[in-house]
Structure formats: C-alpha cells, structure tokens
Design a protein around this ligand. Structure first.
Ligand code: 4AD
Ligand code: MG
Length: 465
C-alpha cells in the first residue's frame, strides 16, 4: 500500500477505508479508552489526528509513541467529530518505527531561535523551520519558473575560481598545499604554481563574470548557486555561504534591469502567497504580525526609484543624527538604507547611479557626469526590514572605459583577459543583478536572522553540522 502524505489526507474530499501514514509524533494524549496522536510528516504545517482505540491489539505500542518517535499507521480516514479539523484517522494497525527517548529536545513549549540553532539537526521538525524550509524549496522552484518562462538559460557557473568578481578581496582560499610547509620559490615566497590548479584559487563570490560570457552568446541567462564571502560581518543579514540568483541580460540597460528586478521580486512574493499560504499565515501569527499586510503593500505599488545623489540629500535633510554621517562619495550604511526604505519612502526603493569609486570595476560609467562626481550605472534594491536584497548594474561594454575602471581599482588586466575579450568581439550593452536568496526569504517569511532561513548557517566562527 502506498503512503498518503498528511497534506493530502487533510485535503481529502471523501473518507477512505484504508490509508497508510508515516511520520513523527508531535503530541500524544491518553484517555481511558483511546489515545490521540498528532502526526506530522513535514508535508505541511498541520498535523493529522490519529485515534488509537485501547481495544486494538496494537494499543500496546502506543506507550512507546512519545513526542519525536517515528510511527506508521494503517487505518481509516473519517470525518472528525472534534472541532478544528475536517479529517482524522482511526488506526487499525499502529507501529512505532523509531522510539524517541525522553531527552528529545523539541518539546511542545516554544524554544528560542538561538537554542534551535544549536540543534540544527532537529530544528526542521519544528513548526517554524518546517515552514521556512518548505517556503525555501518552493521559492527555489519559482526562481527557475520565472526565468524559464522568459526563456532565460540556466548556466552553472564555477564554484572554484581564480578571479575576484567583486574586486573586494573577501574570498576563501581553495588549496591543496600543505599550509604548514608550503613549497617555496627560490625567493622564499609560497610557490602557488605547485598548487592543485597551478595558481591561487578561491571559492566564488559571484558567478557574474562567467554569466556575462554566456549572456553575450545566449542573450538571456541566469545562475542560481552557492556563493561565498569571507567578510567578517557579524550581522543578522550576512552569511559566509549563501545562495545567489544572478540574471544577465544582453541588449539591456539600467532601466530594463530595474524593471526586471522588480518583476522578479514581485513574482516570488506572489508565488509564495499562492503556494505557501498556510506557512505564511503561521509566520504572520508567530513571527511578524505585519507580514501579510507588508507583502500585499509591496505587491500593489510600483517600487520607488531614487538616485544616489538624491538619496544623500534625503539623508542629510532627514534631521537624524547618523552613527555614520554621509557625504557624497561615501558608501550608504545599513542605517541609511533602512531609513530610505522604511521611513522615507515606506516602500521598496531602488537606489541607482552610485559614485564610481565605491562600486565594482565592471559597472558602466555614466556619460556626461562631472569628473569630480563620476557615477556608474549601479542599482541596489532596498526593502523594509532588511535593506539591500539586490545589487546590480549595467556593465561597462566599452573596452577602453573598462580598462580604465580596472586601473582605477588596481586590477591586473592579465587576470581578466577573457573578460576584456568580450568587449573586443561583438560587445553589446548588457546588465544584470544578484538577488541574495536568503535575504529574499527573510523578506517573505519575516524571519529576522539569516541563520534561520538557511539549513546550515556558515558564519564567522560557526560551521557545525
Ligand atoms: O551586491 P552584491 O555583492 O552583488 C554582486 O555580487 C554582483 N556580482 C551581482 C550581479 O550584478 N550579478 O551581492 C548581491 C546580493 C546582495 O544584494 C545581497 O542580497 C546578497 O547578494 N549578499 C549576501 N547575502 C548574504 N550574506 C552575504 N554575506 C551577502 N553578500 C551579498
Ligand atoms: Mg551590494
């Protein structure tokens, strides 16, 4: 007999004479003549109520079915007499597959998120994390659906790379050299030519540069994969290993890029609302009371757009005393980003045209800027509660200007020879962006810490499980 998922049993349209359920016991309540068991199998938030009558031969097994135990139930699906649920199962056979001893840490009472992080091997069995990871799975699917429907080609860019896409230097080294006794050159330096790849290599910080190779051949592409940053940021929004979605579009400018980003974010929110309604309701009850109203608000309105120069003016006229005061040319800090989206615009806002010096070398220089205030066609999408969830730009497609950008950022042209070649052979205007998948999940679920939307968080000092 094939197994019925709890989700399908709860959505049944008719009773069933014989069904098989398998899952884990959430709670058990014993009365004189029978026991109630709430069974959860992760297919949905709700559990299914199982009634085991004391007259059943298998009733002897019930005593072993404590919270956390895995069980198998054959029985009848019948209309529930009690309130709160439409269906319940009257057991005919009841087997405990794996007992859970009394130390099982997930008891009925709520636990703190900090405690649950310490038991990341068990937290997916809690209501909150079951919901988070179902939404994560659904949105990963929706990412592909969004781009595949638009005929974007999915490209698998490498995880090990020799180039630093962002030029920021926060990269994890990949090496097979004996770190205690590395081979040396005759000058006494580490001889990287003897390393596995014959040169220094790292975990990628972005698939963008390789994505551009494919966009200048297949026109519209996207990547979706793990990304690594060795920045020592102890915040609720930074992880050392996270997933990023990076579309790259040939024959596209900054305005087209902003429009695509907005459409994409709204598509993901709509998809979660449609396919994860029960889980989102749970978040809005127990995690963030404003969540559903905020998601609706975001869907209904066009995102705001504001140039960096305007943003600096807004910040300086806000009357706020900033921890980091801003002058034109400075990076926007998290407090500034949050103010713009949460207090000033009260809406997602795309800030664009940033100063050249604070952005990556590949961004397209805006023509006609004053030399002392030169900007690039960059864009960051900021959302309430989080700040930046998307960073992107139009790319510099003009060879000489790209070389000038590399010189400005002290990059070695030799290392980027293939990237420069894209500007030598059939160069086209093109643009793209990166959406941090975990930050998007934080936005959609209301969960405030990135460690709680990724199955196994990698942050400074932590790589457990
Ligand atoms: O703004 P970033 O650094 O942009 C890029 O990497 C570009 N190459 C993207 C592109 O144009 N193709 O990163 C993009 C997004 C950020 O907006 C943020 O959402 C997320 O990636 N992100 C992080 N998420 C979690 N932890 C970190 N340490 C992150 N760093 C960036
Ligand atoms: Mg960024």
């Amino acid at each position: 007999m094939s197994r019925t998922l709890v989700k399908d049993a709860l959505n049944a349209t008719a009773p069933a004479d014989a069904i098989l359920l398998q899952g884990w016991v959430r709670t058990r309540r014993d009365a004189k003549a029978f026991s109630f068991i709430e069974l959860n199998d992760g297919s949905c938030l709700k559990g299914l109520q199982i009634i085991v009558d004391a007259s059943l031969p298998d009733y002897v097994n019930v005593a072993k079915a404590s919270t956390g135990a895995s069980v198998e139930v054959h029985g009848k699906l019948v209309e529930s007499k009690g309130g709160g649920q439409k269906w319940e199962v009257v057991a005919e056979k009841f087997t405990v597959l794996g007992e859970a001893d009394a130390t099982y840490p997930l008891q009925k009472k709520g636990h703190t998120l900090e405690f649950l992080r310490e038991i990341a091997h068990l937290r997916p069995r809690s209501n909150l994390f079951g919901a988070v990871f179902r939404v994560r799975s659904r949105l990963a699917y929706a990412v592909h659906q969004f781009f595949q429907e638009k005929a974007f080609c999915y490209v698998h860019t490498p995880i090990i790379t020799a180039s630093d896409a962002e030029g920021a230097g926060d990269m994890f080294r990949v090496t097979t050299l004996d770190v205690g006794h590395p081979p040396q050159t005759e000058h006494g330096d580490v001889d990287n030519a003897k390393d596995f790849f014959g040169k220094k290599t790292f975990l990628t910080v972005s698939g963008q540069l390789e994505g551009e190779i494919f966009a200048t051949a297949l026109s519209n592409i996207y990547t979706f994969g793990p990304t690594f940053r060795a920045e020592n940021s102890h915040t609720s929004r930074h992880a050392a290993e996270f997933w990023m979605i990076e579309p790259e579009v040939a024959f596209c400018d900054l305005a087209g890029n902003m429009a695509l980003a907005e459409e994409f974010v709204k598509y993901l929110i709509r998809d979660a609302k449609q396919h994860c309604a029960a889980d989102l309701e749970f978040f809005s009850k127990f995690v963030d009371k404003e969540l559903l109203a905020r998601l609706d608000f975001v869907l209904e309105r066009p995102f705001q757009r504001c140039s960096y120069t305007e943003a600096v003016e807004i910040l300086n006229q806000s009357g706020k005393s900033w921890e980091h005061p801003v002058a034109w040319g400075d990076n926007l800090q998290s407090e500034h980003e949050r103010y713009l989206t949460e207090e000033h615009f009260k809406c997602p806002v795309t800030v664009y045209n940033y100063p050249r010096a604070i952005k990556a070398f590949y961004m397209r220089v805006n023509d006609g800027d004053r030399p002392d205030r030169q900007t690039v066609a960059a864009m960051d999408l900021l959302v309430p509660g989080i700040g930046e969830i998307i960073g992107g730009s139009q790319r510099e497609e003009r060879l000489e200007l790209l070389r000038a950008g590399m010189a400005l950022h002290h990059l070695d042209e030799k290392a980027y020879w293939w990237y420069l070649d894209l500007r030598r052979y059939g160069s086209v205007p093109h643009a793209g962006f990166g959406l941090g998948f975990e930050r998007m999940l934080m936005f959609v679920t209301g969960v405030a810490n990135i460690r709680d939307v990724i199955p196994f968080a990698r942050t400074p000092g932590t790589a457990d499980f």
